[in-house]
Design a protein around this ligand. Structure first.
Ligand code: GTP
Length: 603
């Protein structure tokens, strides 16, 4: 294939604006998949994606398209819309020359539309605005076009109005891809040079790397070197159409996969450059590492499951390189890890993928943001090799006596909403210690607000609360904005007098009482009654600041059986045993596993 007949593009949009549906239509029109009811959101391959109806992984598909008597090769990369997965978007963008920016004709521009637009704009990609869902009764494409003109400075004439659901004008989108997106700058006569922009682990064949060829060509059996490790491999090649389709060669400008027989998942570095053994090249710049925003401990339910969980986490992080992993251990939970995620949804999805794809059962501790402390104790400074430390684990919270200042991470948040909700949103932001930076109208009814938020105020449940107070109309996105001074303390939770390590948290000093109280109340709701009384307490140092009590209860499931039916008795016992598997025993108290994440939510 000639390079100027290749187009590499991705679809970016706010969540639910129709990326995956448009991708389905593009696959159908180009004959990559059959047009049947069954083929819905074919690029959402993971079980979590199908269950939650959201895309969490970017996916690649190569399409063949004829236009004015010419054959084109279009490489499409479908990307997730939720803020927690924007790292996937930025990586996909690095393999593309253009994007389709989808905006819902009814909802208009939303927070992630803005965030994703800037990712593409800063990367200097061609941007094709596509207004989707024009079939909806409340669709107002005129108005969305005005928003696009006002917010992005793109002339309204460039917008393409479509219905991805019905297929209306989807052909025009393909034409625009060919006409408006430039071919990749990749010279076939250069030495082979490929960027590894994603990878996954296949149980049978090992590591599959997704690559974009920036130059030259590679054929099956060539000796390939990874610039990062300097190791040599021999590869099997192919294209995603959208399933893997083996080929003999890959050429400059193409996007495909290489299965190079890498045995260890650590060998496949995202952002690495591959080249031929006999023709070394200068490595591509790679990617900025993702910045973890939320940390939590992960431990096996039982220490005997440690090796299994370790390999599951290694394999899953290969497929999701934005997760950071450090080994950790705790007195109560044994050996485990401290993982860093881009957000809470990201963390929940990772957890769910561990359970569904690897059948692993884990305990996750209460999440925390990365705080910092400036040390004043000479001894500690020496121990840490510097004044400033980052605290990602409440267990390692340094005492006030050894610290001159604590710092908390802050983010710049963007909220888009109809103006009738402005008042409610402002007061919610105030209650979360936010500082307003800016507010503008993007049309006569919608406002865009910018706030500086302490990260810990938004990380757990801000998004849910924003959605519910705006009846789903407000959207939210954020970016890092550094650190600010904070008054922090460590709060412990005790069950029957025993501190529960998984529930220790770092809190804002003047929030300690309210947080302690609400955590105790939530635990009271979450922990089932047991045969003995349970005291739930929140404490700062040795001082108890809140308490709830769960009364004793005889949990006798068999009482319902009236003696008789033995199979029914067995069934009930089995059910109870299954329920218990999801419990963690602390002292004698059984705590449901999901309580550790849920206790911090304020809703
Ligand atoms: P994420 O992957 O979660 O970010 O969402 P997405 O942008 O891929 O959206 P998706 O394609 O899953 O579509 C979201 C919802 O909108 C689905 O229920 C679709 O059926 C619906 N939808 C998509 N396109 C259209 C359209 O043109 N018209 C109408 N009426 N509904 C549409």
């Amino acid at each position: 294939f000639n390079v100027d007949k290749i187009r590499n593009f991705c679809i970016i949009a706010h969540i639910d604006h129709g990326k995956s549906t448009l991708a389905d239509r593009l696959l159908e029109i180009t004959g990559a998949i059959a047009k049947t009811e069954k083929n819905k959101q074919v690029l959402d391959k993971l079980q979590v994606e199908r269950e939650r109806g959201i895309t969490v992984k970017a996916q690649t598909a190569s399409l063949f398209y004829s236009h004015q008597g010419q054959q084109y090769l279009l490489n499409l990369i479908d990307t997730p819309g939720h803020v927690d997965f924007s790292y996937e978007v930025s990586r996909s963008i690095s393999a593309c020359q253009g994007v389709l920016l989808i905006v819902d004709a009814n909802q208009g521009i939303q927070a992630q539309t803005v965030a994703n637009f800037y990712l593409a704009f800063e990367a200097q990609l061609a941007i094709i605005p596509v207004i989707n869902k024009i079939d909806l009764r409340n669709a107002d494409p005129e108005r969305v076009e005005s928003q696009i003109e006002k917010v992005f400075d793109i002339p309204r004439e460039e917008c393409i109005r479509i219905s991805a659901k019905l297929g209306t004008n989807v052909e025009k989108v393909l034409q625009a891809v060919v006409d408006r997106i430039p071919p990749p700058v990749a010279c076939p006569s250069d030495p082979f040079k490929a960027l590894v922009f994603d990878s996954s682990f296949d149980h049978y064949r090992g590591v599959v790397t997704n690559v974009a060829l920036f130059g030259g060509q590679v054929k099956k059996g060539d000796r390939i070197v990874s610039a990062y490790l300097g190791k040599t491999y021999e590869g099997e090649l192919g294209l995603f159409r959208p399933d893997e389709h083996p080929t003999q060669k890959l050429y400059a400008g193409q996007v495909g996969y290489i299965i190079a027989g890498m045995k260890d998942v650590k060998e496949a570095q995202i952002g690495d450059t591959l080249h031929l053994q006999e023709r070394p090249v200068e490595a591509l710049p790679g990617f900025k590492p993702a910045k973890a925003m939320v940390f939590a401990g992960m431990y096996p339910m039982d220490q005997s499951e440690y090796p299994g969980l370790r390999s599951a986490i290694e394999r899953l992080t290969l497929n999701d390189s934005s997760v950071t992993v450090q080994r950790d251990s705790s007195l109560a939970l044994g050996a485990g890890w401290r993982l860093g995620f881009l957000g809470l949804l990201h963390m929940e999805v990772f957890n769910q993928r561990l359970e569904q794809e690897y059948n692993a059962s884990v305990i996750v501790t209460a999440p925390t943001v990365p705080y910092k402390a400036i040390l004043s104790s000479a001894k500690l400074i020496k121990e840490h090799g510097g004044k400033e430390i980052t605290i990602v684990n409440p267990a390692q919270f340094p005492d006030k006596a050894a610290v001159s200042e604590y710092l908390e991470p802050v983010v710049l948040g963007t909220i888009l909403a109809p103006d009738s909700y402005t008042g409610k949103i402002m007061s919610m932001c105030l209650s979360r210690r936010a500082i307003q930076k800016n507010i503008v109208y993007i049309d006569d009814q919608r406002v865009m607000m910018k706030y500086l938020f302490p990260l810990n105020e938004i990380v757990v449940d801000f998004y849910d609360q924003l959605k519910s107070l705006s009846s789903g109309y407000a959207s939210f996105d954020y970016e890092n904005a550094g650190y600010q001074t904070a008054e922090l303390i460590k709060m412990d939770i005790l069950l029957n007098g025993k501190p529960v390590e998984e529930l220790a948290t770092i809190v804002q000093r003047d929030r300690a009482y309210s947080t302690g109280k609400s955590m105790c109340e939530r635990l009271k709701d979450a922990i089932p009654r047991q045969m003995f009384e349970i005291a739930i307490q929140a404490a700062i140092g040795s001082k108890i600041i809140a308490r709830e009590t769960i009364k004793a209860y005889r949990n006798n499931v068999l009482a319902k059986c009236y003696g008789g039916d033995i199979t029914r008795k067995m069934k009930l016992l089995k059910k109870q045993a299954e329920g218990k598997k999801k419990m963690r025993l602390i002292g004698r108290v059984e705590v449901p596993k999901d309580a550790f994440i849920n206790v911090l939510k304020r809703l």
